[in-house]
Design a protein around this ligand. Structure first.
Ligand code: 5GP
Ligand code: ZN
Length: 113
C-alpha cells in the first residue's frame, strides 16, 4: 500500500528501531511509548486489521508477539493489544499488535492504549 505508514516502515522509507524480523512479521519500537517497553508487531503483508485477517495470520502474529515478549525478558508478564476500527481507536490501518510491559500495568483495559 503506497501511503500506509507501516508499509513505508517495511520498505525502509520511514526509519524504525527493529526488535525482530522473520519472513512474515516485523517488530519495532512504538514512536510514542505508553509503557517502559512498547513494541509493535506487524505482518509484512498489508492487512487492515484483525477483522480482515485470516486465522493463520492472526495465530502467527500473536504467537510471534508472545515469543518477542519472552525474548525481551518480560517474564513478569506483558499485555498484547490490537485496536480495530473507529470504536477501537485504531489510528494506523495496517494490522498490528502492541506489546506493553517492562513495568506494572494498570487494571483498566479501557485506557488510552
Ligand atoms: P493504533 O492506535 O492504530 O493501535 O496504534 C498505532 C501506533 O503506531 C501508535 O501507538 C503510534 O504511536 C504508532 N506509530 C504511528 N506512527 C509511527 C511511526 O512512524 N513509527 C513508529 N515507530 N510508531 C508509529
Ligand atoms: Zn500497510
Amino acid at each position: 500500500m503506497d501511503n500506509c505508514i507501516f508499509c513505508k516502515i517495511l520498505r525502509g522509507e520511514i526509519p524504525s528501531t527493529k526488535v525482530y524480523e522473520d519472513e512474515k512479521y516485523y517488530a519495532f519500537r512504538d514512536i510514542n511509548p505508553q509503557a517502559k517497553e512498547h513494541i509493535l508487531v506487524i505482518p509484512k503483508c498489508h492487512v487492515k486489521n484483525v477483522a480482515q485477517a485470516d486465522e493463520a495470520l492472526l495465530g502467527g502474529l500473536f504467537y510471534t508477539a508472545a515469543r518477542i515478549a519472552e525474548n525481551l525478558g518480560l517474564n513478569e508478564g506483558f499485555r498484547l493489544i490490537t485496536n480495530c476500527g473507529k470504536h477501537g481507536a485504531q489510528s494506523v490501518e495496517h494490522l498490528h499488535v502492541h506489546i506493553l510491559g517492562g513495568e506494572q500495568l494498570g487494571e483498566d483495559m479501557n485506557g488510552k492504549r
